[in-house]
Design a protein around this ligand. Sequence first.
Ligand code: ZN
Length: 362
Amino acid sequence: MAKSSSEHLIAVNKALKEAVTRHKQGIQERGQSSILVSPDEIRGTYDHQRNLLTSLGNNGLRPITQDDLAVFRASAKIHGKKAAGGITAQRMLDTSMPGPRDRAHREIHTALVIRHKGGLVTFQTNAGPNSKVRRHMVSVEFQDFEDMVVAPVEAKAAAGRLIKGKLKIDCNCEDWRYRLRYIATTGGWAAGPWFEHSYPKITNPLLTGCGCKHVLRVMTTIIASPTFKAQAVKLIEGARTAVERVAKTRTVKQMKADVEKMQKETHRQRRVTTTADKKAERERWRLNRAMKAGVADAKKAAEDKARKQAAKDARTAISQTKKAIKQAQDLADNPRTSAAVRALLLGEIADRQADLERLGKK
Ligand SMILES: [Zn+2]
């Protein structure tokens, strides 16, 4: 199983500063790009003189055609209807692609809360083994946070509802930037402040997937980690005692303690998986149990049968022995029987009676 680690942890202010620098750099690079396509162009104003390229159809890069634009429009429309007002962590996992899910499971070991302000929580994850950077930031805006703070239920119950509720999400990795932020923006679950409206015509022309491996690890943590659940309870309790939402960060010592707690969580609490996979697994367990129970039942029936047969055999042996004793006794009692034969018969009777005694004890 993938292990949690804490070597990528640094002071939160340093990590946030690094994230701000990366964000500014990304926005600047984007500003200088000449290959972005706007929603208006996708709608129909695209000028083919621009000669922008797409990878649609998987035959390398080629100039965008009218047909491509129709595909982009249709895909954008489908995604636009998907999840207005946010997306649940479970749905994010359920609609994710197997590749990022598997990488989230194997490569991304920790998703730690490093900062929170009301329902806006910043998670930090380690980066994958081939990454240029050490860590990523995933922002999650819990849409139901204020509702759950004010709800007249225990903080624990409120936190339980919070983690099942709708979220808005952002990650500062390149997968999110080039392939997925557009999907999050059209789908209505982008947390910002970077909202992407330029269609990923080269990197993700069919708009597949929804979460990068960092986001999928964070979603798993939100749904299944008892360590995070305890933190969510505290967030709600904290917001119930203070009316002003101020940003709070965690110390490296606190984060290391969180990592230790998460390391002790079970495989089932840490694996990145979908509802369908979990259901299939439960079905396998059920069949396994049924099979084991079936084997046990068959064994018990065989034992019962053997026991019954043994009892029947014993009864038959007893009655036959009794019959043999009676015949021997009759012969011994006969006056014409010689003394020598009678002695043999009495010896025989004694042996059979010993047999009878043994059979009776069984
Ligand atoms: Zn990411």
